[in-house]
Design a protein around this ligand. Structure first.
Ligand code: SF4
Ligand code: ZN
Length: 334
């Protein structure tokens, strides 16, 4: 199996992009060089699940084709290939990743969940060649749960087929982002709340789990309403069957967000916003609400309280119980 792309390609459809896509892409800084033979990284964490308590969770970051969508807040394209994912590349990456992760992970993988995150959509055949599905499923057969990401409009037969091929249960992570009626259409995600709901129904009918990503600090949502809309969005996702809602603080750096910031249409969220959103989403009691902490150092501006506040969020992620906020004499906890 060749691991080398057959030819260098321009990003899909670059000649016939919609004007909004073209504008967002024109603002991008350069991509990083990505090797289709190597996973981008592996990460062991602990994660609370709706049904099994706290379990070891392995995230494998796979290198693959860029997502065909052009969401205004997204920076996942930075570490993707320009062309399609070469056939055979993902199983080879996953094999390497599991070997690497195995040395640091739990003795028995049957009690662990694995996330296969490809910085795009797992059910996009350009990102995950259909011919590789069986090999990928076989490689993760010993995990009790396998989580993959997908745009709601790409959830269909293929998701059910992949679910059937797994040893454990499939869970699909979809970005709901925000249910704010004016902000969601402007995110350029080409998705409505109804699209999300339809995909959620399809997954539930097929016995597939659902996790939702909700933005904290979404562009076009007035900053004073950021927490309120994150909570409403999480409540919507839980009502549609999401077992887990991950709150993602929007991070700048993709070019488009900086342009929106200059026009007053986006403000980077603060750590306090994320804290408030998590406290309120946990209080909803609808499922597991967690704050995504991968980029926390970028949010935390005060060296005096950054670490205790990170530890507090990490504890709430695992316990599902809120705690009093950390008081800080330096910054006042902003
Ligand atoms: S669908 Fe997901 S990966 Fe694709 S551009 Fe939007 S946020 Fe990024
Ligand atoms: Zn502080």
């Amino acid at each position: 199996v060749s691991l080398v792309p057959a030819r260098e390609e321009q990003p899909r459809g670059s000649g016939r992009l919609a004007p909004a896509d073209r504008r967002i892409r024109a603002a991008r800084p350069p991509k990083e060089a990505v090797d289709p033979r190597r996973p981008l990284g592996v990460l062991w964490e602990e994660e609370r699940t709706p049904d099994r308590g706290v379990v070891p969770a392995l995230t494998v970051f796979l290198a693959g084709a860029e997502c065909p969508f052009t969401c205004v807040f997204c920076d996942l394209w930075r570490r993707t290939l320009d062309g399609p994912t070469p056939p055979g590349s993902l199983p080879a990456q996953l094999e390497r990743a599991l070997a690497e992760a195995g040395e640091a992970g739990p003795a028995r993988l049957s009690g662990a969940l694995v996330k296969l995150y490809n910085a795009g959509n797992f059910f996009d055949p350009r990102a995950v060649p259909a011919a590789d599905e069986g090999a990928l499923a076989a490689l993760v057969a010993s995990f009790f749960r396998v989580v993959v990401e997908s745009h709601p409009r790409l959830v269909g037969e293929r998701a059910l087929r992949f679910a059937a091929a797994l040893g454990g249960r499939l869970e699909v992570a979809m970005g709901l982002e925000t249910v704010h009626p004016r902000a969601l259409p402007r995110l350029n995600k080409r998705m409505t709340v109804a699209d999300f709901d339809r995909a959620a129904e399809r997954l539930a009918a097929g016995g597939v789990g659902l996790r939702a990503f909700v933005l904290v600090g979404a562009p076009f949502v007035p900053p004073a309403e950021a927490v309120e809309w994150a909570v409403r969005s999480a409540a919507h996702a839980f009502a549609r069957g999401a077992g887990t809602v991950a709150l993602i603080p929007v991070r700048g750096g993709n070019g488009a967000l900086e342009e929106l910031a200059a026009r007053g249409e986006w403000e980077p969220p603060t750590l306090a916003l994320l804290e408030e959103a998590l406290d309120r989403c946990v209080a909803l009691g609808g499922g597991v609400a967690v704050a995504d902490l991968w980029d926390l150092p970028r949010l935390a501006r005060c060296p005096a309280c950054a670490e205790p506040r990170r530890r507090r969020l990490a504890r709430i992620n695992l316990s599902g119980r809120t705690e009093p906020r950390i008081a800080c004499g330096e910054c006042g906890g902003g």
